[in-house]
Design a binder for this molecule. Structure first.
Ligand code: ADP
Ligand code: MG
Length: 639
């Protein structure tokens, strides 16, 4: 007996659930379904977004409806047209093996007479937005005087949107004996008031935030000019060398085009959309799971249900048409308790969508700026240095060392290092030197008061580099909190916090610099010394990476909160999501690689080809393998 069966659901629902691919009930479903099936009761269920509330009321509703009776038996109220359509669609899916159940959506912006006609044909369940529902009642187009069930879905959201009066009026048009089920993510006073006023002894269910992916996902948006969208995508990838991401586009055509461009520019990308054959799709997914693909460019439909662990970023290359879809997208990351980031590349005209999404996900976005070329160079360089440090040596190399030593013997260690990283760095810096800054100095959201004014200009601000990052279980919010607390500074004193895997950046005003340097350099995080340095990159300068000394004084504040996994150094990729891949795919075909006149996209070095310019004049540097990174089998095409 599967777990849904244990909840008391009938055959036809179980069959539909099988089709939906749900394996186990979510917590809210597990709690609500048996109660609702068992008796006619009022219920208040609180559970975060994305926890499966639709099915929690939808399954029992479908089972309880009398399919042979054509009268309207249930009304589901939901805040927006999109949600209304989504719920209708879900309910239709749930009831597909149950003959004779009709679900009709009623919402503004579409023909009211057509909706009335559908209802007249016999709709046991009406899913409606409050405004349009009120309208239909006023015009006598619908009869809800005998319904048995009324569901208030996303009740907090409906009230947020000012539907209180409509809801009260609609409810007063329904019979007292019905059962009312209220589903909400939060319980503000207005919701409590509705519950008190219209429900009798409701059973209460609360589901902790734990099982939802959303609390492990942080949300960021980058404002760019429309023409810079693609460039922004590349820079975000470049600024996150270990990115393992799903990139969402709106159409199949865009999906294909963006994937092709990325591949052409040397990134390990692939497209996933409905025009591919099943075999092709399977192939793409296999490569993605095996991490041969770092950027999976996908349509919403094709990516539905993708369940790949350790996706580091979801990138909304374009926002979805229906903002609710955003949830599905961002849920591809932050799975199984891992941290993830959902990024939106947005143009000015789409900015207001961000606020709508914030309401739906009940989380705030952080507004960020596309990293400058210098910043990216810095990140890549450090990444390279760490790759070198962490590379496991294959002793085959010993055979060649005498010859190599012969060539290099006159170089000091310092010179050698300099030259070695410059092999890669020169190309990279050359590319970014001639490319303009694409960040948009916006500030649109400033007047809304939910973004820090200094995000945009670093007017005199000091930028720091610190050797702690997401690996230490920080995201930008928690790092900001941590810094604020450790440095005893105010909320707005620390800004532009940008967390990478093994390190982070942040800004303060200059008057805090002494404090930051003194205090932070003397603090330990779980036994590891924190190292903070002033990053000169803001104005385009370079950071000087001398390890700064520093005594050890444990601040003692963070016991047990974080678990740094290693000691010293800026970062290593040990333990990163890429690592599994690198072990699997370590075969090198083709022996040593020669960078010169290679036309391969996948050559070594942390970045290749920028100035090499095969034909294209101003092409981005190619994505390529990093030193010591053998996560993809190499193809050395040296023709
Ligand atoms: P909520 O209303 O709580 O925000 P939804 O009902 O919209 O959440 O569900 C969020 C997502 O989770 C949907 O894509 C839905 O299909 C999926 N889902 C719901 N229940 C389950 C389950 N038991 N197993 C797997 N996925 C589920
Ligand atoms: Mg919902």
């Amino acid at each position: 007996m599967n777990k849904f069966e244990q909840l008391g659901l009938n055959e036809s629902l179980l069959k539909a659930i099988l089709d939906l691919g749900f394996e186990n009930p979510s917590e809210v479903q597990e709690k609500a379904i048996p109660l609702l099936l068992e008796k006619d009761t009022d219920m208040v269920a609180l559970a975060q977004t994305g926890t499966g509330k639709t099915a929690a009321f939808g399954f029992p509703l479908i089972q309880k409806i009398d399919a042979d009776n054509r009268n309207t038996q249930a009304l589901v109220l939901s805040p927006t047209r999109e949600l209304c359509l989504q719920i209708t669609n879900e309910l239709k899916n749930y009831s597909k093996y149950e003959k004779g159940i009709n679900v009709v959506a009623v919402y503004g912006g579409a023909s009211i007479t057509e909706q009335a006609r559908e209802i007249k044909r016999g709709a046991q369940i009406i899913v409606a937005t409050p405004g349009r529902m009120q309208d239909m009642i006023n015009r006598g187009l619908v009869n809800i005087k005998n319904i048995d069930y009324c569901v208030l879905d996303e009740a907090d959201e409906m009230l947020n949107m000012g539907f209180y009066d409509d809801i009260v009026s609609i409810l007063s048009d329904t019979p007292d004996e019905k059962s009312t089920w209220l589903f909400s993510a939060t319980m503000p006073q207005e919701v409590a008031r509705i519950a008190k006023q219209f429900m009798s002894e409701p059973v209460e269910i609360t589901v902790g935030a734990k099982n939802s992916g959303s609390s492990t996902v942080s949300h960021e948006f980058y404002l760019v000019n429309a023409r810079d969208r693609y460039e922004a995508l590349k820079r975000l990838a470049d600024a996150n060398p270990d990115i393992f991401s799903v990139v969402f586009c709106r159409t199949k055509r865009d999906t294909q085009a963006i994937a092709e461009k990325l591949i052409e520019d040397g990134y390990s990308a692939a497209a996933l959309h409905g025009d591919l054959s099943q075999a092709q799709r399977d192939g793409v997914m296999k490569s993605f799971r095996g991490r041969q693909i770092q950027m999976l460019v996908a349509t919403d439909v094709a990516a539905r249900g993708i369940d790949v662990d350790n996706v580091t970023h979801v990138v909304n290359y374009q926002l979805p048409d229906e903002i609710e879809t955003y949830n599905h997208r961002s849920g591809r990351t932050g799975r199984a308790g891992k941290l993830g980031t959902s990024i939106v590349i947005v143009t000015k005209s789409e900015l207001r969508k961000i606020s709508s999404i914030e309401r739906i996900i009940k989380q705030k976005f952080e507004e960020k700026t596309i990293p400058s070329g210098i910043e990216i160079c810095e990140i890549q360089l450090l990444h390279l240095a760490n790759k070198i440090k962490d590379t496991e040596v294959d002793h085959e190399i010993d055979n060649y060392l005498p010859a190599i030593n012969n060539v290099l013997e006159d170089l000091s260690k310092e010179e050698l290092i300099k030259k070695m990283v410059s092999v890669e760095f020169n190309r990279f810096i050359t590319y970014y030197k001639k490319n303009r800054d694409i960040s948009v100095g916006g500030g649109e959201r400033r007047e809304r008061g939910d973004s820090e004014p200094r995000e945009f200009s670093n007017n005199g601000a000091v930028r720091y580099f610190v050797n702690i990052g997401s690996r230490d279980n920080f995201d930008w919010m928690s790092l900001k909190d941590y810094l604020k607390e450790t440095l005893d500074l105010g909320r707005d004193d620390i800004f532009k916090v940008d967390v990478k895997e093994g390190f982070s950046f942040f800004n303060t005003d200059p008057q805090h610099t002494d404090k930051v340097m003194d205090v932070l350099n003397n603090v330990q995080l779980e036994g590891r010394r924190i190292n903070v340095e002033i990053s000169k990159n803001d104005g385009g300068g370079r950071r000087d990476h001398n390890n700064r000394g520093g005594g050890r004084r444990d601040s003692g504040r963070r016991e047990g909160n974080f678990a740094p996994r290693r000691e010293g150094g800026f970062r290593s990729d040990r333990g990163s999501s890429r690592d599994g891949g690198s072990r699997e795919g370590g075969s090198r075909d083709g022996g040593f690689r020669s960078d010169r006149n290679s036309s391969s996209r996948r050559e070594g070095g942390f970045r290749s080809s920028a100035p090499r310019n095969e034909g294209g004049s101003d092409r981005a540097p190619r994505r390529s393998e990093n030193f010591g990174d053998s996560s993809r089998p190499r193809r050395s095409r040296r023709d």
